[in-house]
Design a protein around this ligand. Structure first.
Ligand code: HAM
Length: 467
């Protein structure tokens, strides 16, 4: 349907049921981050512009072309954050420096004014982590294992780790010199931006998207060839750790990343299929000098950020859409005025007990048939059929919708079933050695746990109504 108002170009709504997948990406990240000792940091989406120009680098694409800048009332430029490492570093310096090493994670929207395409938006979400105050390569390996575990938690295996080292302040100038000499030989073929970059920041030529520049980059010298002994040792030890924890990777000697703050280890997790040109699902690296350059104490650090939209594109192919839709545990079908009033109250008792309960609240006059149809349509697990007659005789009809089985429970069976302590029963059967019976029982109990809960709540509601 066409609307008078349209969403801003490059921005997206996350509609249900995909929104469920979005939050399951966060939930899984939270669980895994907790196992690796990361704590959440909540950062603002707006910072002073200089924070980004200074940290990301003023000749990067992000700073040169992609910032959303907002002048404030005092003529100071603010910017919507294009990434969160700069903010995490600022927050660390302002509030956490001197408090020992910090493992931080965040989840939130980032903003880059890029040309929109599949997997590339102007607002996108990142799940990121920063390990601040950890100099050794074991932390690099741990962070990579964390990401591997995260991808595996969704059954994603077609993701390849690309690894490189960019060296440090000591060996980078040597590499820079090698690169400049190489690029000068093909200078005339470089795009206009890269001609300028060659003098300003030659490493940026290696992540230029222009086809001619990409061809030239393919045979450029690698930073690996110029690493100083300390950086070489760091990288070699990282590779030993990765071998130890069986994490496979491919060396990518031209991987430089599009941000200026990196030193030593850099990496990308790239999807082999499904994402087209925007195949980096997660990426990061060390930034051992950034904190001191930003005015904090010299503190080594490493981190990554994962693009949630790109992850979702991969997951949408794997996870059937209908499994994302929350299925009601119980659908209440009310026939008759009396029954409707009773069921409307019962709805909240069931929800208070933690069940997802539904009923056609807006249409009390719907027929039995159409309410049952609705129960089917919403893929409810159980349907509870309450009529004025059932209320009078204090009985109940329950339909187990998956199997189509219908239980007609008179007051005696209802009381008997609702009164059993099923946990206790299971324990007695187990201790009496009824292995076979108890296994069957266990299955039955798990399958029907909610049914027993519902019967109890229904019976309580009947009693309360009378009392
Ligand atoms: P980045 O490579 O710029 O690194 O972004 C990380 C991830 O965010 C990318 O691999 C991609 O999945 C996602 N992403 C980036 N731009 C877009 C976009 N326009 N649309 C959709 N997804 C996008 C950083 O942001 C660094 N802060 C990572 C880091 C943390 N390094 C150290 N610590």
């Amino acid at each position: 349907m066409s609307s008078k108002y349209q969403i801003v170009k490059g921005f997206r709504d996350v509609l249900p049921p995909e929104s469920a997948l979005f939050w399951s990406a966060e939930k899984s990240a939270r669980e895994i981050f907790a196992c690796f000792g990361y704590q959440e940091i909540l950062l603002p989406v707006v910072e002073y512009l200089e924070l980004f120009t200074r940290s990301i680098g003023d000749s990067t694409d992000i700073v040169e072309k992609e910032m959303f800048i907002i002048p404030d009332q005092k003529d100071r430029n603010l910017a919507l954050r294009p990434e969160a490492t700069a903010s995490a570093v600022r927050a660390y310096i302002e509030g956490l420096a001197g408090k020992g090493p910090q493992k931080l994670f965040y989840f939130g929207p980032m903003f880059r004014h890029e040309r929109p395409q599949k997997g590339r938006y102007r607002q996108f979400w990142q799940i990121g982590a920063e390990a601040i105050g950890y100099p050794g390569p074991a932390t690099d390996a741990e962070l990579l294992k964390l990401l591997e575990q995260y991808f595996k938690s969704f059954g994603l295996s077609e993701i390849e780790l690309k690894l490189n080292s960019l060296g440090c302040a000591k060996c980078r100038p040597v590499y820079r010199q090698n690169l400049v000499e190489y690029l000068k030989a093909s200078q005339s073929k470089l795009c206009q931006d890269c001609k300028r970059r060659l003098a300003q920041n030659p490493l940026r030529v290696l992540d230029c998207k222009h086809q001619d520049c990409r061809t030239i980059a393919q045979t450029a010298p690698s930073p690996l060839e110029a690493l100083c002994p300390e950086c070489s040792e760091h990288f070699d030890r990282l590779r030993v750790y990765l071998e130890m924890c069986k994490l496979s990777y491919t060396l990518d000697p031209h991987l430089v990343r599009g941000l200026d703050y990196y030193t030593r280890t850099v990496f990308e997790f790239q999807a082999r299929t499904g994402l087209g040109a925007q195949n980096a699902v997660a990426a990061g690296g060390r930034y051992d000098d950034l904190i001191s350059e930003m005015g904090g104490p010299a503190t080594p650090a490493i981190g990554f950020a994962l693009g949630v939209e790109r992850l979702l594109i991969l997951l949408e192919e794997k996870i059937p859409r209908e499994t994302l839709i929350n299925r009601p545990d119980i659908f209440m079908v009310a026939v008759g005025d009396q029954a409707y009033k009773f069921a409307f109250k019962l709805l909240f008792d069931l929800r208070r007990a933690g069940l997802y309960a539904e009923m056609a609240v807006d249409e009390p006059s719907r027929s039995l048939r159409s309410q049952l149809k609705l129960a089917d349509k919403t893929r409810s697990r159980l349907a509870m059929i309450v009529g004025d007659d059932e209320l009078k005789s204090r009985s109940l009809n329950v339909k187990i919708l998956e199997s189509g089985k219908e239980l007609k429970l008179d007051n005696n069976s209802l009381k008997a079933m609702a009164g059993v302590d099923w946990e206790e029963m299971k324990m007695h059967l187990n201790s009496a050695g009824f292995a076979f019976v108890s296994r069957d029982y266990e299955k039955m109990l798990i399958e029907n746990q909610n049914l027993f809960k519902v019967l109890k709540i229904y019976l309580d509601a009947l009693e309360n109504q009378e009392g």
